[in-house]
Design a protein around this ligand. Structure first.
Ligand SMILES: NC(=O)c1ccc[n+]([C@@H]2O[C@H](COP(=O)([O-])OP(=O)(O)OC[C@H]3O[C@@H](n4cnc5c(N)ncnc54)[C@H](O)[C@@H]3O)[C@@H](O)[C@H]2O)c1
Ligand SMILES: [Zn+2]
Length: 369
């Protein structure tokens, strides 16, 4: 087996996240001996990856079925979940069978939700194929789908039986998705791990020019380390706080303004790009509030800009619209605005009910208005 990093989630360990290359051989151990049938759920463009997973599972003796769903957000619907359940019914999946989700965050959200509900919960393993899937969606046990009323409104906390982050799979990830996923990696660096910020500083150009020319390029080891470090932070926070009330909230750094931008732009902005502007917004807010030093604020601009991520918002929404969206964000309590801000790198805190003038000042800076 190749060198890899193993990170346990839960306390004691509920499941392992394995990060490295050529990791599909981990699947049988994660699924365990009692599983007979496996449904491999994947979005259409990732057929080759799903087939590779299916081949490993068949060779290991499982009755394996690959099942295509629509791509990206189009798969996170009740209708598609219903199709998955129909397939599980047709194939007579029992309590001891399993789902393997192969794809980005949309697929691990769907696959996890499908597994959580079938017979009130069967095993699920995530094979995350995007940066966002690896460092965020597949780790932490949140699953869900979208409805007419909004994104991720229906779902369940449901722990997987294992997560595979095979970074070689990122070779085919489009540059824009790769870089958007890095926004969450940078976020993790700011709230908890300065080594992440050093690595991104030293390799920003190669990361921005994704993918590298070949699989032997030294940047792969950097990507592996960035994913492993980000997963380690999320795993630690989530293990301490599975249902989101204490430190898990720090993972939402940059997300309050980011979510408002996503909503204002009708989700045409990639999540990571909205979070990028959102981080600049809270960095400026923290500076205006006198709690964050200039050099850390400057580091936000430097890193995000070098990766090609936005640090300004020039969209349609005006201040009133963004403010309303921020007040409605699920992270605010009551109507009081509440932000995660930094006091320094690795030292996040909550800022509740900040002076509205400071909030508007941060808005003026990020919008240039
Ligand atoms: N559950 C959670 O805690 C959590 C956390 C963050 C995000 N999410 C969810 O994750 C989703 C976003 O994740 P995402 O950005 O990975 O989206 P995604 O799953 O839609 O993937 C983005 C695009 O990249 C493609 N893709 C993925 N891996 C690829 C690869 N290796 N090669 C080529 N193409 C590839 C997909 O086919 C898709 O077109 C959202 O639905 C969001 O709500 C969930
Ligand atoms: Zn996020």
């Amino acid at each position: 087996m190749s060198n890899c990093t193993r990170i346990s989630v839960g306390n004691p360990c509920d499941y392992e996240v394995v990060i490295g290359r050529d990791l599909l051989g981990e699947l049988p151990t994660m699924l365990g001996e009692n599983v007979q049938r496996v449904l491999v759920v994947y979005p259409e463009p990732l057929r080759a990856k799903a087939d590779a997973v299916g081949a490993v599972l068949s060779a290991a003796g499982y009755q394996t079925h690959v099942f295509a769903v629509p791509d990206a957000e189009a798969q996170k619907t009740l209708e598609v979940a219903g199709r998955c359940w129909a397939q599980l019914g047709l194939l007579e999946f029992t309590r001891t069978d399993a789902v393997v989700a192969v794809g980005g965050g949309a697929t691990t959200d769907l696959g996890g939700f499908v597994a959580a509900c079938w017979l009130r919960g069967i095993k699920v393993v995530h094979v995350a194929t995007s940066v966002l899937g690896m460092v965020d969606a597949a780790v932490g046990g949140k699953t869900g789908i979208n409805t007419e009323e909004g994104k991720n409104l229906v779902g369940a906390f449901y722990l997987p039986d294992g997560v595979i982050c095979d970074v070689a799979m990122l070779e085919t990830l489009p540059q824009s998705d790769f870089v958007a996923g890095l926004a969450e990696v940078v976020k993790t660096g700011f709230i908890s791990d300065p080594v992440i910020l050093d690595l991104v500083t030293d390799h920003a150009d190669e990361l921005r020019d994704w993918p590298p020319r070949d699989l032997d390029a030294p940047i792969w080891a950097v990507v592996e380390e960035l994913v492993a470090r980000s997963v380690a932070v999320k795993a630690e926070v989530v293990s301490a706080d599975l249902r989101e009330s204490g430190p898990r909230e720090f993972l939402n750094y940059g997300h309050t303004f980011g979510h408002a931008v996503e909503l204002a732009e009708h989700f045409h902005w990639r999540h990571g790009r909205a979070v990028s502007v959102g981080m600049v917004f809270v960095a400026e807010l923290a500076r205006a509030a006198g709690i964050l030093a200039d050099d850390v604020v400057d580091l936000h601009y430097e890193l995000l800009q070098r990766l090609g991520l936005p640090t300004r918002y020039h969209g349609e929404a005006d201040w009133a619209q963004l403010l309303t969206a921020m007040r409605r964000d699920k992270k605010t309590r009551g109507s009081k605005l509440r932000f995660i801000v930094l006091q320094d790198v690795g030292n996040p805190t909550r800022l509740e009910g900040p002076d509205p003038e400071l909030v508007e000042k941060a808005y003026q800076i990020v919008t240039g208005k």
